[in-house]
Design a protein around this ligand. Structure first.
Ligand code: FES
Length: 163
């Protein structure tokens, strides 16, 4: 995909008081046409695009599990596992016909765009990711994301037809 600038890159927003966000555990916030979820879990704040890279399910109420030593949010829609720290997608490659083998987790790469959380004097801010290029979850966050993907696919098609 092309080196595009993601929607809202670098924009920062006050989300709320730290103590309120700790109580809430999950908070949804819209910043510059992008909806992100702020998660508080085991003393740490995380934030990522709220809509799942797979098919746009909301991660707001996803369970959190430790998978392969990584804390992951589990999308309620189809149970995809996404690392809270970096948005990596994980999938289980176990053979269901061979129960003697332990679960084997493999990375799908970074699939969900994560953002930055900072605390200033008891207030929590989210700054949107500036990582250029395409991350799969971009598609579900805005109309621009959908248009960018469409354009990128058209460019790929044109390149393949010219080669
Ligand atoms: S929409 Fe999240 S796993 Fe399918």
């Amino acid at each position: 995909m092309s080196e595009r600038t993601p929607v809202g890159a670098g924009k920062s927003c006050l989300v709320g008081k730290k103590e309120d966000l700790i109580k809430a555990k999950r908070t949804s916030v819209s910043i510059a046409d992008r909806v992100v979820v702020v998660v508080y879990h085991q003393g740490v704040f995380y934030t990522m695009d709220q809509y799942c890279y797979h098919a746009g399910g909301s991660l707001l109420n996803g369970d959190i599990e430790e998978i392969d030593k990584k804390l992951c949010i589990v999308c309620p829609k189809h149970k995809y596992k996404i690392s809270l720290a970096d948005g990596e997608g994980l999938h289980n490659t176990s053979n269901p016909k061979d129960k003697s083998q332990p679960p084997c987790w493999r990375s799908k790469g970074i699939k969900q765009r994560v953002h930055k959380v900072t605390e200033v004097d008891g207030d929590i801010y989210v700054t949107l990711s500036e990582t250029p290029g395409w991350i799969d979850s971009d598609y579900y966050q805005s109309e621009q994301g959908r248009m960018d993907l469409k354009l990128a696919k058209e460019l790929e098609l044109a390149k393949s037809q010219n080669s």
